[in-house]
Write a protein that binds this ligand. Sequence first.
Ligand code: MN
Length: 255
Amino acid sequence: MARFIRFRQAERTAYGRLEGDTVHVLRGGLFDGREESGETLPLSDLTLLAPCQPTKVLCVGFNYRDHAEEFNTPIPEQPNIFMKPLTALTGPETPVYFPKALANQVDYEAELVAVIGKRARHVSEEDALDYVLGYTIGNDVTARDLQDPTKQWTVCKGFDTFAPIGPWIETDIDPKSGLDISCWVNGQRRQHSSTKHLIFDVPFLVSYLSQAMTLEPGDIIFTGTPSGIGPVNPGDGMEIRIQGIGSLFNPVKAE
Ligand code: MN
């Protein structure tokens, strides 16, 4: 089992492998051999960043049956795919800014995020997991009052800071086995489900998307949120927990 982080320490940004509270610094990136330099650092000495640098942020809407039902949307027969801009990405503990110039309601969405480990094009479902490095936690933050299910979601889900991910990439977990996923606002649980309830599972999504576009190392797939979505406001704290990975916390701040 391995846990990979991206971090900032003083003037540098680097990747590392986390073992307990010890970081084994990598010489290069996550996708060029993951050679360790021999340098170690205590986790408390550094700032965690979004754990990878994707070329695209792919997302799936309505991928839990109970969430489609709370939205009065039919269970999809094809995955409902959308993207977030790279400027929406942010890391653990960083603020999510409430874009009050355009939005009146901002919601959390707890999601399992798959991280692509090697270039994937026309990959079969059977082989798909060979192309996944691991998983992290994501919050598909959404300006709900701007979201019309019949229209593009680029703006309502694309504001700066609306794609927090982290705190690290866990390589050896199996979402099919049923990982507990929950969202907590100010310490109160708002969402609770299991990754075994995904309508389109990770192998299907990787295979499906790879028929459409080349998936590059570091690209990420937000796999959808369960029921229980709801609003947050400046001053609130959002925490998403996924069994086997950990916890992603982001405060909401006024822009
Ligand atoms: Mn979502």
